[in-house]
Design a protein around this ligand. Structure first.
Ligand SMILES: Nc1nc2c(c(=O)[nH]1)N[C@H]1C(S)=C(S)[C@@H](COP(=O)(O)OP(=O)(O)OC[C@H]3O[C@@H](n4cnc5c(=O)[nH]c(N)nc54)[C@H](O)[C@@H]3O)O[C@H]1N2
Ligand SMILES: Nc1nc2c(c(=O)[nH]1)N[C@H]1C(S)=C(S)[C@@H](COP(=O)(O)OP(=O)(O)OC[C@H]3O[C@@H](n4cnc5c(=O)[nH]c(N)nc54)[C@H](O)[C@@H]3O)O[C@H]1N2
Ligand code: SF4
Ligand SMILES: [Mo]
Length: 717
């Protein structure tokens, strides 16, 4: 019996886990009580790492499709097939090859480091990620406000006394754009020290139930509420940026922009009383240390960028940005933007536009909502090949049915994935990778959003029969750069290491014999702000605590002016569209999503321990709506939108507000040609058949996944 200490890579919380091993069998997974960040916390998903590792359906060899059937092949054969079929398309038009990188790519060290190398080598403008069904509005607003799309303030959970949460359910999601292992304990501690938690959410979520106060807002109207709060701050002389005053421009512009958004004006649309909005604002302003925090419910909606911007406008105007207990900028040990180069390249968006719908690029990518358009619309520049990396867009992106049909029109598709599932069944070649226990891990992306500065290195707990994904990604890089499947991977890796070393201002030779991600992380740590090396982290299996968040203004600011630019034109240009909402009388039902502690988007439903306990894929309907629509609890509903229709079991509950129905995403596993037996037996339905690819946040192109107009009625018997 041995034990291994690993950082869980399944969600953003980065819990430390202790894995008990008997040879190569996982016999148990516990929270690591000594982990400097998570202190023993774990959730059902982390506890299922062993089930994932041993899942018989998980792919253990490359698959190539021949005459419509997948066959297991050797790695050389798989790469030869890719070279043969992808090269002619690339030689003809680089943009004809699209990339879709999914959520686990951000939790996967190989994909984080070597994925972008490959995408750049392909040289396509058609880069799509799960970001445009997620957080791109926050990058957009952070980029313009602070100068870098990754300069995202996170609530200083451990010291705040007042937390205003909009559109997030961290007690279930375990936190997002807020890396906070054991968020449950951290939120409880806020209340134990006399602080207050206020939740704005159309659903009485688990977090709402645990809060002091819950406001059931109408979906998609957060920007109106937040603007009204800004209005009240100005109207009642509560604007107090404090230390930030000398570091902010645009405050007067914000005052003018907020003028029409009085509490009375926004009350009908938001469903929140004007007097409540005034009280919420006064309490926020009066709190010594407060943070406003918004997540999925505020980003994947019609005014995602405006809402994300206004969250930080409130933080700035109340003096809570960059203050202890407020919304602060983490300082990660590795990979922090700007840390060494110190160059100021003003943030910009729209450097290119998509071919069919002319949607602007943001943060180097374009909206996945238009991927199907790019495949099905003929003409020069049409997408003819697709590479997916850790993604399941057939379940996770809007008008999923149309996308699935579009994938059938591709000339070639490659997927890096651990399952043959709803998306990868469309691929011609599937390249599997090792499990989280078979690969090293360091949470490069998420430590940049952590509520406490920490660093934790995980060596591979078990050997893998499969190549590491960084090797697979480099081999693909060799292919797309014309060096063929036998390209010199050493030389390619040397090149990547030299680039990382230059960026960090360190000598690549310092990493000695290390290769692959080990070398890159070592170089990044050496170039980082704490003078750490990988050896330091290897000597600390429970992590290194680098202390609470510290103020970073003005050093963090990389805007053209060197200030926080509170009213950038690129954002305020969308305010008239929001103002038009004031006159709109809300009518009809709208659909929102929801998450469950035992789910992880679409892909962990093949693990028995996570799907036990009844069908979770139901449409939640308020009793008043159920009566009006003739729906009964346990019956079946037909839900339609412009994009499609699905049938789904009804759950009548007061958890959702009237006028709102909720269906979780990531289900619909009953399609033919997959190899996920457990998931197929717990299929559920695909809610993204209803999500409309036409409905986007205007600025960022992020899909509207919350607030989709729908009609609901009883399904035909
Ligand atoms: N309606 C609605 N839709 C949503 C959302 C919503 O709230 N409502 N949420 C959105 C959000 S926030 C996100 S992030 C997206 C997620 O969208 P996606 O990232 O497209 O979907 P996932 O379900 O995360 O699928 C991950 C895929 O990666 C594979 N995978 C897992 N681990 C590995 C690995 O180590 N290596 C490789 N190569 N593959 C791996 C899995 O088998 C699976 O196929 O969904 C979005 N869609
Ligand atoms: N257990 C579990 N954890 C996860 C995931 C998972 O699938 N399962 N997914 C991971 C991923 S990829 C992400 S991005 C994060 C997401 O992390 P969170 O954003 O915390 O996750 P959600 O549970 O989707 O919370 C969104 C909340 O917004 C509410 N909402 C919907 N529309 C609106 C609106 O218009 N306004 C407001 N104010 N609220 C609205 C919903 O009712 C819901 O409670 O979770 C991550 N963690
Ligand atoms: S909360 Fe997230 S990081 Fe922690 S055990 Fe669960 S899935 Fe893993
Ligand atoms: Mo996400």
């Amino acid at each position: 019996m041995t034990t291994a200490h690993v950082t869980c890579p399944l969600c953003e919380a980065t819990c430390g886990l202790t894995v008990a091993l008997d040879g190569d069998r996982v016999t148990g997974v516990r929270g690591d009580a000594e982990d400097v960040f998570s202190r023993g916390y774990l959730c059902p998903k982390g506890a299922s790492l062993g089930a994932l590792h041993h899942d018989p359906d998980r792919l253990r060899a490359p698959l190539v499709k021949r005459d419509g059937e997948f066959a297991e092949v050797g790695w050389d054969e798989a790469f030869a097939e890719i070279d043969r079929r992808l090269r002619p398309i690339l030689d003809d038009d680089r943009d004809a090859v699209a990339v879709y990188a999914g959520n686990p790519a951000a939790h996967n060290l190989a994909a984080t480091l070597y994925g972008p190398v490959l995408y750049k080598a392909i040289g396509t403008r058609n880069v799509y990620t799960a970001g445009t069904v997620d957080q791109i509005p926050k990058h957009f607003s952070a980029g313009y406000l602070f100068g870098h799309g990754f300069s995202i303030p996170v609530p200083d959970l451990d010291r705040t006394e007042h937390l205003l949460v909009l559109g997030a359910n961290p007690l279930v999601s375990n936190g997002s754009l807020m890396t906070a292992a054991d968020v449950r304990g951290r939120l409880r501690a806020i209340r134990e020290r006399g602080g207050k938690i206020v939740v704005v959410d159309p659903r009485r979520s688990r977090t709402a139930r645990a809060a002091d106060e819950h406001h059931a807002i109408r979906p998609g109207t957060d920007a109106l509420l937040l603007f009204a709060m800004v209005h009240v701050l100005f109207a009642e002389n509560l604007v107090a940026p404090g230390r930030l005053a000398g570091h902010v421009t645009g405050v007067d512009d914000v005052r003018e922009l907020a003028r029409p958004f009085t509490p009375e004006a926004v009350a009908p649309a938001t469903g929140i009383d004007a007097s409540e909005i005034r009280r919420m604002t006064r309490e926020l302003a009066a709190a010594g240390r407060a943070a406003v925090y918004g997540r999925i419910g505020t980003t994947t909606q019609a005014f995602g960028t405006l809402a994300s911007w206004l969250v930080d406008v409130l933080n700035v105007l109340t003096g809570n940005l960059d203050r202890e207990g407020g919304a602060m900028f983490p300082l990660a040990a590795a990979g922090q933007p700007n840390s060494a180069s110190g160059k100021r390249r003003p943030f910009t968006t729209g450097r290119w536009k998509t071919r069919v719908r002319e949607l602007p690029e943001v943060f180097g990518e374009v909206p996945v909502a238009t991927l199907a358009d790019e495949i099905v619309t003929p003409g020069p520049g049409r997408v003819r090949a697709l590479l997916t990396v850790c993604g399941n867009p057939c379940l996770s992106t809007p008008n999923a049915q149309r996308l699935a049909e579009a994938l059938g029109q591709l000339d070639f598709m490659v997927s890096l994935d651990v399952y043959l599932n709803e998306t990868t069944r469309h691929a011609d070649v599937i390249l599997p990778g090792p499990t989280p226990l078979e690969r090293p891990h360091y949470d490069l992306a998420l430590y940049q959003l952590a509520v406490r500065n920490v660093a934790n290195w995980t060596p591979a707990a078990l050997p893998s029969e499969l190549p590491q994904e960084w090797q697979t990604l480099l081999r693909l890089t060799g292919i797309v750069t014309g060096q063929g499947p036998e390209a010199d991977l050493e030389a390619l890796d040397e090149f990547v290491a030299a680039t990382i070393a230059r960026r960090g201002g360190v000598d690549p030779a310092l990493a000695g014999d290390r290769r692959g991600p080990e070398r890159l992380v070592d170089l990044m740590l050496r170039g980082g702000p704490y003078d750490l090396t990988l050896a330091d982290l290897e000597a600390a299996p429970h992590g290194v605590d680098l202390g609470p968040l510290r103020p970073r203004v003005p050093e963090i600011l990389s805007t053209a002016s060197g200030k926080i630019e509170l009213a950038p034109e690129a954002i305020t240009a969308d305010v008239p569209r929001l103002a038009a909402e004031l006159a709109r009388v809300p009518d009809g039902l709208v659909l929102i999503g929801r998450r469950h502690l035992s789910s992880n988007n679409s892909w962990m439903h093949n693990l028995e321990p996570l799907v036990r306990g009844g069908n979770r894929c139901t449409v939640q309907v308020h009793p008043a709506d159920a009566d009006r629509l003739g729906l009964i609890d346990g019956g079946r509903a037909l839900v339609r939108s412009r994009a499609g229709k699905i049938e789904v079991p009804v759950e009548v509950t007061e958890e959702v507000r009237p006028g709102v129905v909720s269906i979780p995403h990531g289900w619909g596993h009953d399609v033919p040609g997959t190899r996920t037996a457990v998931a197929a037996a717990h299929a559920g339905v695909n809610s993204n058949v209803l999500a409309d690819e036409i409905l986007l946040d205007a600025l960022s192109g992020t899909a509207v996944l919350n607030g989709i107009p729908v009609e609901v009625g009883p399904a035909a018997p």
